[in-house]
Design a protein around this ligand. Structure first.
Ligand SMILES: Nc1nc2c(c(=O)[nH]1)N[C@@H](CN(C=O)c1ccc(C(=O)N[C@@H](CCC(=O)O)C(=O)O)cc1)CN2
Length: 299
């Protein structure tokens, strides 16, 4: 699946005519991953093991509701049992933590996630820390993030893991690549920096955020740009080195529909583009299933 855009990384002249970016098709890649996971789930079931994914959803945010519904559809497709716990937006910290305790104790739930963000007023970090690290299907418990820092095996956060898988499948050169990540949230930016800096990936990562003085200076030098800022159209064509890979992880819901962080003009400059929708999002869901299957296999 090698793309047309490798010439910028190889140092070819700027005068070379450019082909529109190759699309990093997360939807198709995730479907392939699910079909392989389905076979692994069947093998587990033959050994008498049924993996079970739990979700905890608090409140009525339309995005979170859609993501959780998607996660349960994926489970049904690959044969993972699913357990759903929905709480109203008025739920207290104690009520949310009681559900976490219940899932920690439930043997049918082999892994689970707490859908983020939680409604204002709830202490997200306290909830995440209460999850049994062995059941943390999102890799967001401090123990699992610590393993990532120490480069030890453990559940990996789904979006960063999905990004790395997508880059690998399309043979986007990663070793030694200069990667600029925009956004320092724990579900994407910060964890991605840790993941790409491991010896197995060996990329050089710059994490940009609201305090970054000259964002364009960092993106223009990068072989790979990952943007997870939630600012529609933040990254424009003039900020991208010709032939670089650009991955759009931003999602803003407007009355007109969903908007990503990458301006459509980037497609004419980039070598590869993971669009929103259809790029990284479906990979996030596929990696969650992979975490659940892998932890059932290792149990
Ligand atoms: N506990 C977690 N909470 C959140 C995570 C996470 O990994 N764990 N990530 C995001 C939300 N998320 C999964 O939970 C997620 C986001 C987007 C997509 C997706 O498929 N997006 C589509 C477009 C959106 C749409 O159609 O509605 C796409 O990009 O094609 C899946 C999962 C924050 N919370």
């Amino acid at each position: 699946m090698a793309g047309p855009g490798r010439w910028a990384l190889a140092g070819a002249p700027d005068t070379m005519s450019h082909v529109t970016a190759q699309i990093l098709d997360g939807k198709a890649t995730a479907a392939e991953i699910r079909s392989r996971l389905k076979a692994r789930v069947e093998a587990l079931r033959e050994r008498g093991i049924t993996p079970g994914l739990g979700t905890v959803l608090v409140g009525d945010d339309p995005g979170s509701q859609a993501y959780v519904a998607g996660k349960h559809r994926d489970c049904a497709e690959v044969g993972i049992a699913s357990i759903r716990r929905d709480l109203p937006a008025t739920a207290t910290q104690e009520e949310v933590e009681a559900v976490v305790d219940e899932l920690n104790a439930d043997p049918a739930c082999t892994g689970y996630i707490v859908q983020l963000p939680l409604p204002k007023g709830l202490d997200e970090q306290r909830v995440l820390e209460r999850i049994d690290p062995a059941k943390d299907a999102d890799g967001l418990h401090p123990v699992n993030l610590g393993r990532l820092v120490l480069m030890q095996p453990g559940a990996l956060p789904c979006t960063p893991h999905g990004i790395v898988e997508l880059l690998r499948r399309y043979e986007v050169p990663l070793r030694g690549a200069d990667v600029t990540v925009i956004g320092r949230g724990i579900t994407v930016g910060r964890s991605l920096g840790l993941l790409l800096g491991r010896r197995t990936e060996n990329a050089t990562v710059t994490t940009c955020h609201t305090g970054t003085k000259d964002l364009a200076a960092h993106t223009r030098d990068a072989d790979i740009v990952v943007v997870a800022a939630g600012v529609p159209g933040l990254v424009t064509a003039d900020m991208i080195k010709p032939g670089a890979a650009v991955l759009d992880v931003g999602i803003t819901r407007t009355e007109a529909g969903l908007t990503g962080d990458v301006d459509p003009g980037v497609r004419e400059v980039a070598g590869w583009l993971a669009p929103m929708p259809g790029g990284v999002g479906p990979m996030t869901r596929a990696m969650l299933l992979a975490n659940v299957v892998e932890s059932a296999e290792n149990a």
